[in-house]
Design a protein around this ligand. Structure first.
Ligand SMILES: Nc1ncnc2c1ncn2[C@@H]1O[C@H](COP(=O)(O)OP(=O)(O)OP(=O)(O)O)[C@@H](O)[C@H]1O
Length: 320
């Protein structure tokens, strides 16, 4: 489902917070899913990170007016989802975990339909459809019915269609899950380009790298509560400490030794290493977002854990 801005509607001014919530609570039956959330976000790119079942989709669904909340205050672009649902819907777009593509139409027709639904001029819609289909390598398949697409292609078409309206605020619920590396990169580039043009993005992700690369601000949700928020660097600093990595001549990491980060601690560890393996190369690095996440949530099922998630820790080479 997607919505876009109505041309005759005055947009909220630039001082209006993107999202403002206080005491937000949501229950399903007796289960409390969101537990008194407080959050104010300025326009920009925000990532909501949390383990499976943390409540990310529930929060996105509330903010995008799909489901009501039980208690607390919610404002999206200064508007109340309970009373201003239609106005919010004209300012936002939502690409969910489940593709909302019309399978009986071709890729091209799906794109044009989306453009029409959101009041884009015909030439603008065509130009945008062409560019986005090319971006996601769907040009060749554009003349085929979506029912003949693979799962990944359908997902790409869904995302491409979601990018047609150029909304003020775009919700992306796990947008790159199931995409190959090239499509993920294409989506990242699109999100960056949209952000540069002034579209704000609120995305949930299983990939820590995605949050690290894209988001100005990261909100960590765990068991229905916000446990941390800030830039990737702030989150890393919060955990503190430094990790000493020992590498062989070929650059393979042989050992990682956590330290408290104080000069004393690092120096002592390095002396010990120098005594037993003087030939190894040493790198001292800040914690990765992965390690931060693990510490904040105590979750072994952290998103993006594993070989799929490359990180870019800040390295400083120091002599052993
Ligand atoms: N319609 C519903 N009825 C009952 N319980 C629900 C419903 N939707 C979600 N829940 C429960 O709410 C909790 C949070 O679910 P939610 O989908 O928001 O988590 P999530 O952080 O998006 O997880 P994931 O990363 O697995 O998508 C889960 O325990 C889930 O079972």
């Amino acid at each position: 489902m997607r919505y876009t801005e109505h041309p005759h509607e005055a947009p909220p001014d630039s001082t209006t917070p993107l999202i403002q919530i206080s005491g937000l609570t949501k229950n399903y039956g007796r289960q409390r899913i969101l537990d008194g959330l407080d959050l104010t976000l300025r326009p920009g790119v925000h990532a909501l990170l949390g383990p499976n079942g943390a409540g990310k989709t529930t929060l996105v669904n509330i903010l995008s007016t799909l489901i009501p909340h039980d208690a607390g205050q919610v404002r999206v672009l200064g508007l109340d989802p309970a009373t201003d649902r239609r106005r919010i819907q004209r300012l936002i777009s939502l690409t969910g975990q489940h593709a909302a593509v019309d399978e009986s139409l071709t890729g091209w027709e799906n794109m044009l339909l989306m453009g029409r639904l959101f009041g884009l001029r015909k030439d603008r819609a065509r130009a945008r459809a062409e560019a986005l289909l090319a971006r996601f390598e769907l040009t060749e398949a554009a003349g085929r019915r979506a029912s003949t697409y693979s799962g990944g292609m359908r997902r790409k078409l869904d995302i491409a269609a979601g990018l047609i309206p150029e909304p003020r605020l775009m919700f992306l619920d796990e947008p790159t899950t199931g995409l190959d590396t090239r499509s993920r990169q294409a989506l990242w580039d699109e999100i960056t380009a949209l952000a540069e043009q002034g579209t704000s993005v609120f995305l949930t992700t299983q990939y820590l790298e995605e949050a690290d690369v894209l988001a100005d601000q990261i909100v960590v949700l765990h068991a229905g509560k916000i446990v941390a928020g800030g830039t990737a660097e702030q989150l890393k600093a919060r955990v503190g400490g430094s990790t000493i990595e020992l590498r062989d001549a070929a650059g393979h990491v042989l050992e990682e030794i956590p330290t408290g980060g104080e000069v004393d601690d690092v120096a002592r560890t390095l002396r010990e290493v120098a005594a037993r393996r003087p030939e190894l190369r040493v790198t001292v690095r800040r914690p990765t977002l992965d390690e931060v996440f693990l510490q904040l949530t105590g979750a072994d099922d952290r998103p993006g854990g594993g070989a799929d998630t490359a990180h870019h820790p800040h390295h400083e080479e120091v002599p052993a």
